[in-house]
Ligand binder design. Structure first.
Ligand code: ADP
Ligand code: IOM
Length: 346
């Protein structure tokens, strides 16, 4: 294997940190599960427009390929290889009164965490038998949930195109055929072993076997962030009492992409800020100041429509769950203020 020349024109963190020297050091290493450097970097090599471009196959990959992943993790999360992760998922510690009680800006709020099952490979390296077993075990566990969390499981291989398209369009289900995930090996055997569990109101949802083996989601219309966080905290606690997830004191919850380590939490709002959308430099400046990320209306790698953006916490490791939401909250408050100022100037 030679140094991938595709990385020369890429701005991904993979391109930044996989120097020819690091490449030479790592190119023949594998984890005990047989996960290789070629697998870890394929997504970023095939997609030079990746933000990161590197995925792991198992918990061990983070040490086997540490010369690549440590600097990526440090730059993305501001977290050093000597730091320890910390957790606080207590809704009572969250100070986030609705920043938009009149519903002028915030359309909806969503908070998700990623989780992977302890002691088996991640989705990038999992076998179809292991994947199907996760689907079976997790869906039957979820079917024991009651009250607000009670719902049904919808396997992807038993869903009509119309049903899946409508769930994707309404922001409930992951999209199919994502090229970043495809080249990371995450779409193998599609659609088998994948599916979505949700309650009747679609305020509590669990994606099974997408980028991570589980994505546990709480969402609803409007800006009541605390209510969304409280529901998620309750659901995660319950699931954690029944399933063992991959976790260590240094990296927190283990995820296939280094951006999701730690809390594995992305807390977001869909927010209408058309004037900021016309002043992208200012928009980005505020986002950087408050450690929030700007995404389009259909999730990662998508575009904004009608001046609506997805604003979420960027850091997930070395900060608690409460802090993740606080980052998003502080950013959203600042963005609403900036949007109001732009309106009053026009
Ligand atoms: P993830 O959040 O799991 O990293 P994506 O960024 O691809 O994955 O988003 C998944 C889906 O969730 C997309 O359809 C996206 O539009 C939707 N979504 C994200 N945040 C919100 C929100 N605050 N309100 C409604 N839908 C949202
Ligand atoms: N989380 C992952 N989908 N992403 C960061 C991909 C990328 O752009 O590298």
């Amino acid at each position: 294997m030679n140094y991938p020349k595709e990385l020369k024109n890429s701005k991904s963190l993979l391109a930044k940190y996989l120097t020819p020297e690091v490449f030479e050091k790592l190119k023949d290493r594998t984890t005990a599960n047989g996960y290789t450097l070629a697998q870890a970097i394929n997504s970023g090599v095939q997609n030079p427009d990746s933000g990161i471009g590197a995925y792991v196959g198992d918990e061990e990959s983070y040490t086997t390929f540490k010369e690549l992943f440590d600097p990526i993790i440090e730059e993305y999360h501001g977290f050093k290889s000597t730091n320890k992760h910390k957790s606080n998922f207590n809704p009572d510690d969250l100070n986030a009164p609705n920043p938009d009680p009149e519903n002028k800006y915030i359309i909806s709020t969503r908070i998700r965490v990623g989780r992977n099952i302890k002691d088996i490979p991640l989705g990038t390296a999992i076998s179809s038998e292991q994947r199907n077993k996760i689907e079976q075990d997790i869906s039957s566990t979820l079917l024991t949930f009651t009250d607000e969390l009670s719902g049904k499981y919808y396997p992807l291989n038993n869903m009509s195109k119309q049903e899946s398209e409508s769930l994707i369009k309404d922001h409930f289900l992951f999209k199919a055929g994502d090229r970043f995930l495809e080249t990371a090996g995450l779409n193998r055997d599609w659609p088998n072993g994948r599916g979505i569990y949700h309650n009747n109101d679609k305020t509590f949802l669990v994606w099974i076997n997408e980028e991570d083996e589980l994505r546990i989601i709480s969402m609803q219309n409007g800006g009541d962030i605390k209510e969304v966080f409280t529901r998620l905290s309750k659901a995660v606690k319950l699931l954690q009492s029944k399933v063992k997830f991959a976790y260590n004191d240094h990296l927190g919850y283990i995820t296939s992409c280094p951006t999701n380590l730690g809390t594995a939490m992305r807390a977001s709002v869909h927010i209408k800020v058309p004037n900021l959308g016309k002043n992208m430099d200012k928009f980005q400046e505020i986002a950087d100041k408050y450690n929030v990320q700007i995404r389009g209306i259909d999730g990662e790698h998508s575009k904004s429509v009608g001046g609506i953006y997805d604003i979420s916490n960027k850091r997930r490791l070395g900060v608690t769950e409460v802090q993740c939401v606080q980052d998003m909250y502080d950013g959203v408050v600042a963005l609403i203020k900036a949007e109001q100022e732009l309106v009053s100037l026009s």
